[in-house]
Design a protein around this ligand. Structure first.
Ligand SMILES: Nc1ncnc2c1ncn2[C@@H]1O[C@H](COP(=O)(O)OP(=O)(O)OP(=O)(O)O)[C@@H](O)[C@H]1O
Ligand SMILES: [Mg+2]
Length: 337
């Protein structure tokens, strides 16, 4: 049986949907291997092992900044997941659609396709989806008829901003900056201010617990443990939410500059529609408290956060693989389907 299967292979999370079944997988993009390079586990379990594996094991994240950094490991991971979900084998043959970030190189794009081909047992990809189109469809935009909508997808490694208008992308851009950079900025701040070293996972926990993009959405203090660089001892640091915001500000500025650069290229005839309808934020980082208010002030336009923002791309993919006709041509990279 052919199963139309949609894949969003993100820097932070891998999401898989199946036509008629909906979302069947949503876990961190991580895998752990033995010293013989045998896959031990993937997803949530592998993420918990990052940075704390014994010498004979290796936990990795196979994507960096939105693109595939490790081809073989990505194939192993995806292949095991498809098998475990009953989507790969003699009876169940997946027909895979994969969404790819906008503005990546051909080599990077081919890597997404080839990972899916290899992981599904040599099956051709039936469709390569433009990720901004999947994001827009997942945000509820009618991409065939919209007058002009600005969508910004801020993930773990990428920020993708696009203006969708009547069946096409009027202006778009991708910046290799996202939630991972916020985590790194927090870790750097703790090191520079307290001489304490923390790992990226701890920095992410700080962001999730006390992170905020606007002073009006700051929350309480957050305590973390790390190693003092001078004494070597494990110490506890209490961070104020305002400090976390300060630590992240340079990265948020970079994202703002990127969005402005996309806005500069909007054709003048649609810019009033875009500024009136405002910007819709999606991607996991859109859940950062106050980010809508922050961008609204910086860009002088209304900003809203989509429902379940981290799921917009896969929800859009789900709609796409269930549809037919012109919609498919508009959202695909022009592959056969
Ligand atoms: N409540 C939250 N506050 C702040 N950041 C959050 C929150 N929830 C998730 N994130 C961040 O969202 C990011 C993941 O977003 P998402 O799942 O959209 O990424 P991705 O699609 O895997 O990556 P990309 O599209 O960049 O390749 C992570 O950096 C995570 O820390
Ligand atoms: Mg993403």
């Amino acid at each position: 049986m052919d199963r139309k299967t949609g894949i969003d292979l993100g820097t932070s999370s891998l999401r898989i949907c199946v036509k008629g079944r909906g979302l069947v997988y949503n876990e961190p993009t991580a895998a752990a291997f033995s010293s013989e390079r045998e896959l031990l586990c993937y997803g949530e379990k592998a993420k918990r092992m990052l940075g704390r594996t014994p010498a004979d094991k290796d936990a990795i994240r196979p994507l960096r900044a939105g693109v595939i950094a490790n081809f073989e490991d990505s194939v192993e991971m995806l292949s095991a997941i498809l098998s475990d979900k009953g989507l790969r084998g003699a009876i169940s043959r997946p027909k895979i659609a994969v969404s790819v970030p906008y503005g990546i190189t051909e080599v990077e794009r081919n890597a997404f396709e080839n990972v899916c081909v290899a992981a599904s047992g040599g099956r051709d990809i039936f469709m390569v989806i433009k990720q901004p189109m999947a994001a827009a469809a997942g945000c509820g935009v009618d991409v065939l008829n919209t007058k002009g909508r600005l969508i910004c997808d801020i993930g773990g490694g990428n920020t993708e901003t696009s203006v969708i208008v009547f069946r096409g992308i009027a202006s778009a851009g991708t910046a290799r900056v996202g939630g991972d950079d916020l985590d790194e900025a927090i870790a750097r701040y703790v090191k520079d201010s307290y001489n304490v070293v923390i790992g990226p996972q701890t920095a992410e926990q700080i962001k999730l617990a006390a992170g905020s993009a606007h002073r009006l959405t700051e929350s309480g203090d957050y305590g973390v443990c790390g190693r003092n660089m001078l004494t070597g001892q494990v110490v506890r640091v209490i961070l104020r939410s305002s400090e976390v915001r300060e630590a992240m500000s340079e990265v948020l500025d970079r994202i703002t500059e990127h969005i402005k650069s996309v806005l500069e290229h909007i054709p003048p005839q649609i810019s009033s529609d875009v500024f009136e309808s405002g910007m819709t934020l999606c991607g996991g980082t859109a859940s950062l408290p106050g980010l809508d208010r922050y961008f609204s002030e910086k860009l002088s336009m209304p900003v809203t956060v989509a429902d379940e923002p981290s799921l917009c791309v896969i929800r859009g993919t789900e709609k796409i693989i269930a549809s037919a006709g012109e919609f498919l041509q508009v959202v695909s990279e022009g592959e056969e389907y």
